[in-house]
Design a protein around this ligand. Sequence first.
Ligand SMILES: Nc1ncnc2c1ncn2[C@@H]1O[C@H](COP(=O)(O)OP(=O)(O)OP(=O)(O)O)[C@@H](O)[C@H]1O
Ligand SMILES: O=P(O)(O)OC[C@H]1O[C@H](OP(=O)(O)OP(=O)(O)O)[C@H](O)[C@@H]1O
Ligand SMILES: [Mg+2]
Length: 299
Amino acid sequence: MSDSRRLRIAVQKSGRLSKDSIELLKAIGIKLNIRDRLLIAHSTNEDIDLLRVRDDDIPGLVMDGVVDMGFIGENELEEKMLERAAAGKPAEYEVLRRMDYGGCRLSIAVPNEMAYDGVNTLQNKKVATTYPYLLERYFKEQNVNAKAVMLTGSVEVAPRAGVADAICDLVSTGATLEANGLVEKDVIFRSKAVLIKRAGDFTDEKAQLIDRLVPRIDGVMQAKESKYIMLHAPKARLEEVKDLLPGAENPTVLPLAGAEDTVAIHVVSPENLFWETMEKLKDLGCRSILVMPIEKMMG
Ligand SMILES: Nc1ncnc2c1ncn2[C@@H]1O[C@H](COP(=O)(O)OP(=O)(O)OP(=O)(O)O)[C@@H](O)[C@H]1O
Ligand SMILES: O=P(O)(O)OC[C@H]1O[C@H](OP(=O)(O)OP(=O)(O)O)[C@H](O)[C@@H]1O
Ligand SMILES: [Mg+2]
């Protein structure tokens, strides 16, 4: 059984957010033994239990204080917040960090053949969606009198099935819409995964654990975007080389044994180096240009 002294974190059991959320927890040093059928996973090195649930349940679990934290898409979080607020239920939470995964948008899409001239075209029409509160909020803002029809899945087939005239669903590449003969029209919400924390007091132990984990998350996210760049550059072109390197205000410049007119440059870049930049560096006479991933960062 789970122990209330242990920090409880909810993650999606299987779906778009599962892999990245688990990978992040592992990257910040939490050892987890996840077996497919087990819905609770106990960390072996930290006082942490993982609850593996459907993503729809995560906002409620956090807002009811059943779990301490959860990884959830902003779309689902905002929808549940509106739903609970409408039902008079507590809907408090704190966003600890916005993650770099789970990026998608909630969009209105219509059948290819529909003549669409803005959202007013949907006046008195039915729109199938899993996010009725977000959609109705948008209709209200746009002064459109349309009806949101709730479907929990396979929303894209609704127009062909005669259930609705249009849909409002999550889009990333657009492949699902295209495969179903639909065209994206209005983006109503942009979303990424977030790490949220319940409201209310925490024991000192839990508060300290959270304070230790969150900077590690920052470290992992920062490291993912950053690169360690090493290259040999002609001394005479040093300033031009520095101008090309992102974040190279104070690079490490080292002499090269046996090559008076060449130096080695090392720099931690906050972003990746584009091929175009590497080509320009080469044109300046740089050689042995290496771009390496960074695993962790701190300080
Ligand atoms: N195509 C996508 N690309 C990136 N992120 C997405 C995509 N589709 C959805 N997401 C994000 O991932 C979340 C989970 O999506 P998924 O499709 O796995 O949910 P689900 O089918 O509702 O799963 P569950 O069985 O847990 O209820 C979405 O709420 C959204 O935030
Ligand atoms: O624009 P695309 O890249 O095609 O992605 C969009 C699709 O991804 C999500 O579903 P998912 O594939 O997670 O499956 P699900 O319907 O089982 O949730 C979402 O509900 C869309 O159907
Ligand atoms: Mg779901």
